[in-house]
Design a binder for this molecule. Structure first.
Ligand SMILES: O=C(O)C1=C[C@@H](OP(=O)(O)O)[C@@H](O)[C@H](O)C1
Ligand SMILES: C=C(OP(=O)(O)O)C(=O)O
Length: 431
């Protein structure tokens, strides 16, 4: 496992930044491109480990996929022509691939085995296997199919109406994908709107899908048609530099062409709730996804209570928001975020543990944390614990810590942002 030694920055962050393509949208572009008939071309694809895992999964079912850096071409005859994989499918670290693929495999007429890395093997899969079994899926595994490895024998599926207990776009998407292969009309009714890239992309691939408030209806047995997908840049990746600019004195940066889908911009709303100003310019809308630029400069926000419906709209950004909170004036309380406990690490415990290594005062709660503001950070040796978002949080913390920071297991960052350190260096070296 490799490590990197990081020094506090002596220069502010300046200039423009083009973060890589959105992880959620890159996954879905491969899923739908593979399921569809004909050619799909994806540009600005995220070449992070998780999205490459999705490509390999479909290749193992015989789908023709060519990937050159951020450009992907898929030539598929459609899901009816997928072949039974000869080997178990390795899902690596990717929860999104696991939950969405379970939905697809449940309705295909062959047998597959799925496994993942140590972290993914601990993450709950019953949130999706329970509704899939209700549709007729045959899924078996440890603890009655709660955890990977899982064996799936595809079946004819029947539509259901499903009201998920967890606020999860992965669960919603897994059931909608099964619904696409099922007989009848499947309905998912959410209690809070989660990221809606699946719904947008289904429409882009010509599927009949109706969104009626919090209810989504999908007709079964539809044929999708290959299309062109331009992936917006990832707001979840941009969040690390937005926070870096807010906390490093004298900074001013613009993150360009970033996805501004309202189901993903909770982080921007939380920053505004903390009294900071952001300049947000929406520039275009491609395939139902709003894209724009965010300009941000150094300022001291105020502590706030972050809770309720905003949480699913910023779930992956909570680690970096916690770092921002440590620099705010006053206390910040994060509530209603128990879902953090089911990510690559238990992100309530790992954020608290990591910020404490830097000398911060922070308390975990069952569904979030309480972070004291105006804290001085002291350089530390901190491990990503195999969690990309914790790794990037440590790197951003090192910019303002006194003394040296050593980040161990830095390659975890490749899951969602392989060029992270190049981009960070460019922002701190811009003249
Ligand atoms: O659907 C998606 O692409 C994702 C949904 C979220 O997970 P949950 O659906 O489990 O909340 C998020 O944390 C993950 O990074 C990506
Ligand atoms: C939780 C994440 O991803 P996944 O669930 O796909 O592993 C993430 O990217 O922060």
């Amino acid at each position: 496992m490799s490590e990197i030694t990081l020094q506090p920055t002596t220069t502010p962050l300046k200039g423009k930044c083009f973060v890589p393509g959105d992880k959620s949208i890159s996954h879905r572009a491969v899923f739908f491109g593979a399921l569809a008939q004909g050619k799909t071309e994806i540009t600005n694809f995220l070449t992070g480990d998780d999205c490459l895992t999705t490509i390999k999964a479909f290749e193992s079912m015989g789908v023709q996929i060519t990937q050159h850096d951020e450009h992907v071409e898929i030539d598929s005859e459609g899901y009816k022509h997928f072949k039974e994989p000869t080997q178990p499918i390795d899902l690596g670290n990717s929860g999104t691939t696991a939950r969405l693929l379970l939905g697809v495999l449940s309705g295909l007429p062959f047998h597959t085995t799925l496994f993942g890395d140590q972290s993914l093997t601990k993450r709950p899969m019953d949130r999706v296997t329970i509704p899939l079994r209700e549709m007729g899926a045959n899924i078996d595994g440890r603890e009655e199919g709660k955890y990977l490895p899982l064996a799936v024998r595809g079946q004819a599926l029947s539509a259901i109406t499903f009201k998920p207990e967890v606020k999860s776009a992965q669960v919603k998407s897994g059931v909608l994908l099964a619904g696409l292969l099922a007989n009848g009309t499947t309905t998912v009714v959410e209690s809070t709107k989660t990221r809606d890239h699946t719904e947008n992309m289904l429409q882009a691939f010509g599927a009949e899908v109706t969104v009626d408030g919090l209810a989504i209806h999908i007709e079964g047995k539809q044929t999708l048609k290959g299309t062109t997908i331009q992936v917006p840049r990832d707001i979840s990746s941009a969040a690390f530099f937005i926070v870096a600019a807010l906390i490093v004195k004298g900074s001013k940066i613009t993150v360009k062409d970033v996805g501004l889908n309202p189901t993903r911009t909770g982080i921007l709303d939380a920053i505004k709730l903390m009294g900071a100003t952001l300049d947000i310019k929406e520039t275009t809308n491609i395939g139902g996804e709003i894209i724009g630029d965010v300009t941000v400069s150094y300022q001291t926000p105020k502590g706030a209570v972050i809770e309720g419906d905003i949480i699913p709209r910023m779930i992956d950004e909570i680690p970096i928001l916690a770092l921002l909170a440590s620099q705010a004036e006053g206390q910040t309380v994060i509530k209603d975020a128990e879902e953090l406990r089911f990510k690559e690490t238990d992100r309530i415990d790992s954020v608290v543990h990591t910020l404490r290594l830097f000398g911060c005062h922070v308390q975990p709660t069952p569904d979030g944390m309480i972070i004291e503001g105006s804290q001085t950070l002291t350089g530390a040796t901190a491990d990503s614990h195999g969690d990309h978002r914790i790794g990037m949080m440590i790197a951003i913390a090192s910019l303002i810590a006194t003394g040296e920071t050593t980040l161990t297991d830095k390659e975890a960052i490749n899951v969602s942002y392989p060029s992270f350190f190049d981009h960070l260096t460019a922002l701190t070296n811009d003249k």
